[in-house]
Structure formats: C-alpha cells, structure tokens
Design a protein around this ligand. Structure first.
Ligand code: HSE
Length: 305
C-alpha cells in the first residue's frame, strides 16, 4: 500500500485544577502521546493501531476520539484510507488529560495531513473544547506550560501564565480508573459562599506563587473546597498521599484533574522521592499505584514531521 500523505503529531499530558483552580487552571506535563496519521491508497474505514496506555481498551475504529477529531477537519471524501498509529504514554481515566490529548492529536493531525493548515489554531482549539468539554485540559495541551482559561459563548480564551523554572512535578497514578463523568457526578450543584471565597482567594494567589517560586504558602494555596473533598471518597488514600508528598519535600500537591492521579510540584531532584512516598501511602490503603517524576512541558501540541 502506498502512502499518499503523512503527519506525526505529539501531545502532552495535562493536569488541571491544581487544587483551587477548578475548571480553570491547567499545566502541561512532559509525558507525550505520539500519533502518526497516514493516508494510504485503498478503501475502507479508518484503521487504528495503539501501543502503550489504553492499548487493550481504547476503541479501534471510527468511534476512536482521534479518528472522530481528524474527520471533523478532513474532507468528507478522501482518495484513500486513514491509518492512525499512536504511541500512548498518558494513562487513561486518571485526570491526566488523555482524552483532551487524543482530540487535540486528531484535530492537529487532520489539519496538517496535507502540509497546509486547513483551519486556524484558534478554530482547532475551540473545536477541541466543543468535542472534549474540558478547556482546562485542552488549553495547556495546545499551548504548553501553565494556563488559565475561560470558555465564553463557545469561544475559548486562554491566558498563558508564568511558571518558575525551578518547578517540576511528581505524578502518582493509582490503579483506579475514574472517568471524569463519574467524578463530576459526585460534585454538589450548589456551594456555600464561604467555600467559593475560599477557592477564589487561593486560585488568584496560586499563579503568583508559581511564577515566583515562593513556596512558603503553596500548601495552603493548593487547598480546595469545590471538588477534592467530594472526590476523595472515590480515591482511597488521596489525603494520605498528599500528606506523604509534603513529608517527602513536595512544594504543593493535589488531586490531578478529576483524579485518580495525584500531582505534586517539586523543586530540585525531589521528584522520585515524592512520587515513591505517594505510592507507599496508597499501598497502605491497598491501592497499588505507580509513580514517576515529570517535567513541565512548555511546547504543547507539536507537529513532528
Ligand atoms: N476540571 C475538570 C474536572 C477536569 O475536575 O472535572 C477534567 O479532566
């Protein structure tokens, strides 16, 4: 079979909320999925090959997120068959932005398959939010770094925020799949003014502390009352893992997105130690987990070739 067109796109994992920034703050992590999309001569539905995270459970055909996203961009009739090959490193259903990554990879691959961009990047980003529903994952996945985002009347407004170069991260991924839909069902429809103000104060101050690496108040600034307390029962060991991260020297720690992973900010070489401390804390709750250090990603979506 002959290749008629080909593109490779790489997309980062993302951690959102960062404690108080519920549905607003997001951070890109240097843990990437790489999608190669080829148009091969021949006919038939899209072919999907996946290696790594989700290789057993992710759908292979037209229902796959990457395929759906690329189809939104590509012409209805193509002179060949689409083949998607993805190397996945982002764990699924753990609050690390795997579905945002799949949608962004599919859209950017579709847009760049024939060399010239078929849509503006802003349009692609709005489409990604419309398809995936979580601007706080889509924005850092597209732009890299730390972002704040607002989705207003179908348009995404993103502000990149500074993050001090001394920060990197540690991620602990429990063997607990927690789909975002489920983790949102446990949230209250209404919150008290006291809790709203509690989060507002922290969400406003947190970016400044992350920009300046003023870590003294970071543990306080990463506290949350809008989602983490409601989700904690779904993630046995969550609070112990956060406490263990602090004891091991983390600068800040919180549930990653809607969970079940935990993300910790670290400075210097503390990543492995903090990750291991969180892993052990989960083990005490009979939850097996894996942990690894991770750098902040500053690139976002990348067209590799
Ligand atoms: N902010 C969203 C949530 C992220 O916490 O539900 C979903 O990944």
């Amino acid at each position: 079979m002959k290749t008629l067109a080909k593109v490779t796109v790489s997309v980062p994992a993302t951690t959102s909320n960062l404690g108080p920034g519920f549905d607003c703050l997001g951070l890109a992590l240097d843990l990437r999925n790489e999608l190669t999309l080829e148009l091969m001569d021949g006919k038939g539905p899209a072919v999907v090959e996946i290696e790594g995270e989700g290789e057993k459970e992710l759908p292979r055909g037209e229902t796959n997120y990457m395929v759906k996203a690329a189809r939104r961009i590509l012409p209805k009739s193509l002179p060949g068959r689409l083949v998607f090959r993805s190397k996945n490193r982002i764990p699924l259903a753990r609050g690390l932005g795997s579905s945002a990554a799949a949608v962004v990879a599919g859209l950017w691959a579709g847009a760049h398959l024939f060399g010239t961009l078929r849509r503006s990047e802003d349009e692609l980003e709005d489409l990604a939010v419309a398809m995936e529903g979580h601007p706080d994952n889509v924005a850092p996945c597209v732009h890299g770094g730390l972002t704040a985002s607002v989705h207003h009347n179908g348009v995404l407004r993103v502000q990149g925020l500074e993050i001090h170069p001394s920060f990197s991260g540690a991620v602990c991924v429990p063997a607990l799949e927690l789909p975002t839909r489920r983790a949102r069902k446990v949230l209250p429809k209404r919150v008290t003014l006291t809790d709203a103000v509690f989060n507002l104060q922290r969400a406003v101050l947190l970016p400044r502390a992350l920009a300046t690496a003023r870590t003294t108040y970071l543990p306080e600034l990463m506290e949350d009352r809008l989602h983490q307390p409601y989700r904690a029962p779904l993630v046995p060991g969550l609070y112990d893992a956060i406490a263990a991260a602090y004891r091991a020297g983390a600068a800040g720690a919180a549930l990653s997105g809607s969970g079940s992973a935990v993300f910790a900010f670290v400075e210097g070489g503390a990543g492995p130690r903090v990750g291991e401390a969180m892993r052990r804390a989960f083990r005490k709750h009979r939850v097996s987990a894996r942990a690894f250090p991770v750098a902040v990603d500053h690139h976002g979506v990348r067209i590799e070739r």
